[in-house]
Write a protein of this length. Structure first.
Length: 470
């Protein structure tokens, strides 16, 4: 082979490689030519794919039912247009936008802040929201909330390092000429934004900073916090679709502005940001005439199916409903044992029958039996009970995630106390719920942790009060 031939082959190979690289870069940033996916194509296919993030406000699984403010809105849009909704979850806003651009999703169902450069690549659509950072402060009898940022001078405000809240607070301190006592929580600390809000509620700290939507959600759990003082400028945000999907953007805008979308928005906003999620007062109930509740005989009847003490089942029911058989929680859990709609459907129980105490307790017992049987490797009876209770509260998928995390980090996956429970608490941190061993995402794990502790504590109280009746 001549030198010219070798040079020709080499040149051709280089050009081929460059072509492949250029093509891959092009297709990474936009769908393949000819693959136009707009609203008519989605209608023809009968489904739409939305990408979002796991979080307390956008999307999460509660008792293994999908929930979340953004999720419910995009589900309503899909239902209104006779589309099946597929949800995919990204790990960051950047990844969501990339998944949209390469065609892995049709819409980003998450509030994306308006930015000039993004407007060149995508179409903003749906309901436009205004968001800001707010001061979370403790209030109570005789304690008036701060009403102006200048009142922060001389006050201690706790924020985690290297967060938007930390940066905003530093800038605000400069704007005011100094004087805010910024207390930094180490960036590697396991303390989360929700933890800081809870610490304000308990009085452990007086002030922290939060996103207003997260703050408003937390206020539905804690009555003694105020979240009304804005400390930053408001930012506009909405969902986005590809620039090549103008008809989809138009359909989403139409839905958001018509009566159906308006009703959905108001109902969903009320559910997540107004309805109280505070657990009913769980002081130890009085035992009257040797009875825990009007349903003791039913608890005795169905506890046998679990081989549990009936008083343990009664403690679960008190936690779920205070023995009020008609109660319905903000999440839709109904009756004495807090049965979710999807659970009822799986057990083939009509929702209108869940007010029947016998039906409801039977359903709750059956769910716990199924969950308990999912822990074949757990031999300790007490740990098995605790893992079962945790599954009943959060959904067994979250508990199995925590077991896998425990095993990965050198803890026991068959012991709840100080092992699996530790990672349930950590499942609201992105570094943990985005871990490759986790399959079920974000969880407000402090609720599950408290749920188990309170049920076991009340059960011990019942046993002390009724040592003979088993």
């Amino acid at each position: 082979m001549s030198t010219n031939d070798r040079l020709y082959i080499c040149h051709s190979w280089v050009m081929f490689v460059l072509f492949i690289l250029l093509t891959s870069c092009y297709t990474k940033n936009k769908p393949m030519e000819g693959d136009v996916v707009d609203f008519p194509q989605l209608k023809e296919k009968g489904e739409i794919t939305a990408v979002t993030l796991y979080s307390s406000t956008s999307y999460f699984l509660y008792r293994m039912e999908p929930m979340g403010y953004e999720y419910e809105l995009i589900q309503d849009f899909a239902t209104a247009n006779d589309l099946k909704l597929n949800v995919v979850v990204a790990e960051s806003q950047e990844q969501m936008i990339e998944m949209l651009q390469v065609g892995k999703a049709d819409v980003v169902a998450y509030p994306i802040v308006f930015k000039r450069e993004l407007m060149q690549q995508a179409l903003y659509c749906g309901r436009e929201e205004l968001s800001s950072q707010v001061l979370v402060q403790h209030i109570g009898p005789g304690v008036k909330p701060l009403t102006d940022v200048t009142q922060l001078l001389g006050k201690e405000v706790y924020v985690k390092q290297n967060t938007p809240y930390y940066e905003r607070l530093k800038n605000l301190d400069v704007e005011l000429g100094g004087g805010i006592l910024i207390r930094e929580i180490d960036k590697d600390s396991l303390t989360t934004e929700d933890d800081l809000v809870e610490m304000v509620s308990t009085g452990a700290i007086t002030y922290t900073i939060s996103d207003d939507k997260v703050a408003r959600l937390n206020k539905t759990y804690y009555w003694n916090i105020d979240v009304s003082l804005q400390i930053s400028f408001q930012q506009r945000s909405s969902w986005i679709v590809r620039k090549s999907s103008p008809q989809l953007a138009e359909a989403i805008n139409k839905w958001a502005s018509d009566n159906v979308g308006e009703r959905s928005y108001k109902a969903t906003s009320k559910r997540y940001f107004e309805m109280s999620k505070k657990v009913l007062e769980l002081s130890l109930p009085a035992i009257k005439d040797g009875h825990i509740s009007p349903y003791d005989e039913l608890f005795r009847k169905y506890a046998k199916k679990l081989n549990w003490d009936w008083m343990l089942l009664a403690s679960v029911s008190y936690q779920e409903s205070h023995f009020i058989h008609t109660v319905v929680s903000w999440a839709g859990a109904q009756g004495l044992m807090g049965i979710m709609p999807r659970t009822a459907a799986t057990l083939k129980i009509p929702m209108n029958e869940l007010e029947d105490p016998d039906v409801n307790i039977r359903a709750g017992t059956e769910v716990m039996r199924i969950f308990r049987d999912g822990f074949k490797d757990v031999t300790d009876t007490i740990q098995l009970i605790k893992l079962t209770l945790a599954s009943y509260n959060a959904g067994i998928g979250h508990i199995q995630d925590a077991q896998r995390l425990a095993e990965k980090y050198g803890k026991s996956p068959v012991i709840w106390d100080d092992n699996v429970a530790e990672f349930i608490l950590l499942k609201r941190e992105p570094v943990y719920y985005n871990d490759s061993v986790c399959k079920f995402g974000y969880l407000r794990g402090s609720e599950t942790y408290s749920y188990v502790r309170e049920i076991i504590g009340r059960y011990e109280y019942y046993k002390q009060q009724l040592p003979i009746k088993k």
